[in-house]
Design a protein around this ligand. Structure first.
Ligand code: SAH
Ligand code: SF4
Ligand code: F3S
Length: 456
């Protein structure tokens, strides 16, 4: 979009700040795609952008506070320059709707995750209205319309694809079903067509996204289930790796283990959020599985794919969580030996049932539990990674070292571990599959030596 100011014409610029999960990252890719189609150009400079959008999350209170503080900064920019357009979208927008405009009066447009591909129409309305009123579009029941929509991917190597929207699970602590609405699966053909196009553009890795990918296909024909979807993607030649997240233990199908094992491109990494090691807490969380069932899944994965990595999410301080409950979580981590674990302090969310299910745990106790859990996990992750020393792992090279170390590159193993290696300063390896012999390892990274480059 070219903007005429006086006699001068200049190109308008946009700045998007994304909070939250990979689904939000993917939503921002759709936003950027639409904006570039409208001739906006991306700027890394918040202070010089003509349009600023915060794509928000509200899964925990802390992230909300961060967003409000950022919104305060943007309001200041808008106060100084009223021509700047200020938008808020994503899960916090959907939760708060018009309340956001009350809290932050400078906002011009508010829209929910389900309206992400309607951005052009929303901007159209804003212009017609000459910016006099806040434009609000938040309806989490609106179906997803992702097919053939413009998109600007965050990476030229890995593409994110939402295979479904929403969530029907209503875990008692979680706000996502309220922000992203009911579950709805995209037709398999639509997904496959999109991946074939990505393959023709030389994408190597596909990350399938859904809040509970194991229930993909509900409401579609019988054939369109998650296992068939994976098997079909596995046949697309140019795609070298397939990943997916998140799996829900209650729907984790044992046949999936076989499909992963047999699918040469399906990475041996399973992210399976445990949340708690106590049956009592799992029940209050409405997770619909118990520890026996969870252990059963883990044993089956290990039996079939001993080298697979298993990662998880765990939350401490759920209402009423006793020290014994917490110790059961620690015990579960020690028994299962996760490769890594995202740890969270429970946070009360509006509309959820959890605050009524037990007494609130004091913040200091929650923090102490978090630290203890993190320490246990760090030791486990280090030990597992160090057991790889001397082994050769396949790495999809992403980029030069994040730390700016000369001649150093990094990528991910099939098991989703970050691997770093040296190579004479030559970017020709980026986006290639290479083999690296592990020489050193800590809880977060493998350090190795390049052995050879896989022929394409
Ligand atoms: N659908 C995915 C992701 C949900 S959000 C899943 O089922 O795992 C990602 C993680 O945030 C969750 O796994 C959970 O551990 C954490 N989380 C969700 N709600 C939370 C809350 N109210 N307080 C703290 N952590 C929360
Ligand atoms: Fe939230 Fe549970 Fe749905 Fe995950 S499965 S998004 S934790 S309600
Ligand atoms: Fe993701 Fe946060 Fe929404 S985790 S689904 S952006 S509440």
């Amino acid at each position: 979009m070219v903007f005429k100011k006086g006699k001068k014409e200049r190109v308008l610029s946009y700045f998007i700040k994304t909070y939250g999960c990979q689904m939000n990252v993917n939503d921002s890719e759709y936003l950027a795609g639409q904006l570039e189609e409208m001739d906006y150009k991306k700027t890394p400079d918040l202070n010089n952008a003509d349009l600023i959008i915060l794509n928000t999350c509200c899964v925990r209170k802390k992230v909300e506070q961060k967003i409000y503080s950022m919104a305060g900064r943007v309001s200041q920019i808008k106060e100084d320059n009223p021509e700047v357009v200020f938008g808020i979208c994503g899960c916090l927008a959907q939760k708060e709707i018009e309340n956001i405009a009350k809290k932050i009066p400078y906002i011009d447009i508010i829209f929910g995750p389900s309206q992400i591909t309607s951005f052009r129409e929303i901007m159209e309305l804003y212009r017609q209205n000459e910016g006099k009123e806040t434009i609000i579009f938040c309806d989490n029941r609106e179906p997803l319309k992702l097919a053939n929509k413009p998109i600007k991917h965050h990476s030229p190597i890995t593409a994110y694809i939402q295979i479904m929207k929403g969530c029907n699970n209503f875990c008692s602590y979680c706000i996502v079903p309220y922000t992203r609405g009911p579950e709805e699966s995209r037709a398999a053909k639509e997904i496959i067509d999109e991946i074939e196009e990505l393959a023709s553009k030389k994408y190597k890795e596909i990350m399938l996204l859904g809040q509970n990918v194991n229930s993909y296909g509900q409401g579609l024909s019988n054939k369109d289930n998650f296992l068939n979807l994976l098997s079909q993607i596995n046949k697309i030649e140019e795609i070298k790796r397939i990943r997916f997240t998140t799996s829900h233990p209650k729907d984790f199908n044992l046949d999936l283990i076989k499909v992963i094992k047999d699918g040469s491109k399906i990475c041996e990494h399973i992210h399976l959020p445990l949340q708690s090691g106590s049956d009592n807490i799992l029940n209050k969380m409405n997770r619909k599985y118990n520890m026996k069932q969870y252990y059963n899944i883990i044993n089956n994965i290990r039996k079939c794919m001993p080298d697979a990595s298993i990662t998880t999410d765990i939350m401490v301080g759920f209402p009423g969580e006793t020290e014994e409950d917490f110790q059961e979580t620690i015990k579960a981590c020690q028994n299962i030996q996760f490769d890594s674990c995202y740890t969270f302090i429970y946070s009360n969310r509006e509309n959820t049932l959890s605050p009524f299910l037990g007494e609130e745990i004091p913040l200091l106790t929650k923090k102490k539990r978090l630290w203890a859990l993190m320490e246990v996990q760090k030791e486990i992750s280090s030990r597992i990674n160090q057991s790889l020393i001397g082994k050769t792992v396949e790495v999809l090279v992403e980029n030069r070292s994040k730390k700016g170390i000369e001649n150093q590159y990094w990528g991910k193993t099939r098991t989703n571990k970050v691997a770093v290696f040296s190579y004479s300063n030559n970017d020709s390896l980026i986006a290639k599959l290479v083999y690296v012999k592990v020489k050193k390892a800590d809880a977060y990274t493998l350090f190795g030596e390049l052995i050879y480059v896989k022929r394409e």
